[in-house]
Design a protein around this ligand. Structure first.
Ligand SMILES: [Zn+2]
Length: 250
């Protein structure tokens, strides 16, 4: 009996070890991402998406690393091509890929958080977000062979990604409610980084850099902590309940 328990323990430990999550702080280095500005007295302070995504992703990492194998595509301010980010997913054999971004719009009133999973769609508003997030990979074009790859990847990942998006977004909805942020919901989006990663995943947009009120909020350590906790909680619940790896939570 004791031996069986030891074997079970080893199997369970191995399962927890074996499940890995790759966190991807959007942009980096020369690729600054979206730009936000805030008036501080008479001066205007400029903020870059690449820094905010790194700050928030690091906090998600710190929480999740206590439970699963977790990696980050970058831990410092450096540019990493989307292909390289995706290659890392293969290298560590990631089970999930979560890319964290901050949105931007010409309309300074645009606001709210949203969660994307990889799928084809015909939504024009989503096309604008794709243009922003896919911009850093200008050379990337989808040729006929890649169309086949696209269908294969979507077919292989879409159901899992949708499930994951529900777990993560329902936690984020609590943060949106607490901070009176607009909940823009879960949407299909065509993001190269998700396509190239070839595994179930999400791209989440925390809020809008272009909205001063929202930018101010996103810069506060308290909001960042709550947001990171919600993402980590959503991923953990998904792994516990869907993948079936049970972990005591926080
Ligand atoms: Zn971005």
């Amino acid at each position: 009996m004791k031996n069986i328990l030891i074997i079970l323990f080893i199997i369970c430990s191995f399962q927890v070890e074996a499940f890995s999550v790759l966190l991807d702080p959007g942009h980096g280095g020369e690729d600054i991402g979206a730009v936000g500005k805030l008036k501080v007295g008479k001066k205007t302070k400029v903020y870059y998406e690449k820094n905010l995504t790194l700050d928030i992703t690091k906090q998600v990492y710190e929480i999740l690393k206590k439970k699963f194998s977790v990696y980050m595509t970058r831990t410092i301010d450096r540019e990493i091509p989307l292909l390289e980010r995706a290659a890392l997913a293969d290298k560590i054999n990631a089970d999930l890929f979560v890319s964290i971004h901050i949105n931007s719009s010409k309309n300074r009133k645009a606001q709210g958080m949203e969660t994307y999973y990889l799928d084809n769609h015909k939504n024009k508003a989503v096309n604008k977000v794709e243009d922003l997030e896919n911009f850093s990979d200008k050379k990337h074009t989808i040729d006929p062979i890649q169309h086949i790859l696209t269908d294969l990847v979507i077919g292989k990942t879409v159901e899992t990604s949708k499930k994951l998006s529900k777990f993560v977004h329902s936690e984020l909805a609590g943060v949106a409610k607490k901070y009176k942020m607009k909940n823009r919901g879960i949407k299909p989006g065509f993001f190269y980084v998700l396509l190239l990663a070839k595994r179930p995943g999400l791209l989440i947009e925390v809020g809008f850099m272009s909205n001063p009120k929202e930018l101010k909020l996103m810069l506060t350590p308290r909001f960042q902590r709550r947001y990171a906790q919600a993402v980590a909680r959503g991923i953990t619940k998904y792994i516990n309940q869907v993948v079936g790896i049970r972990e005591t939570f926080f």
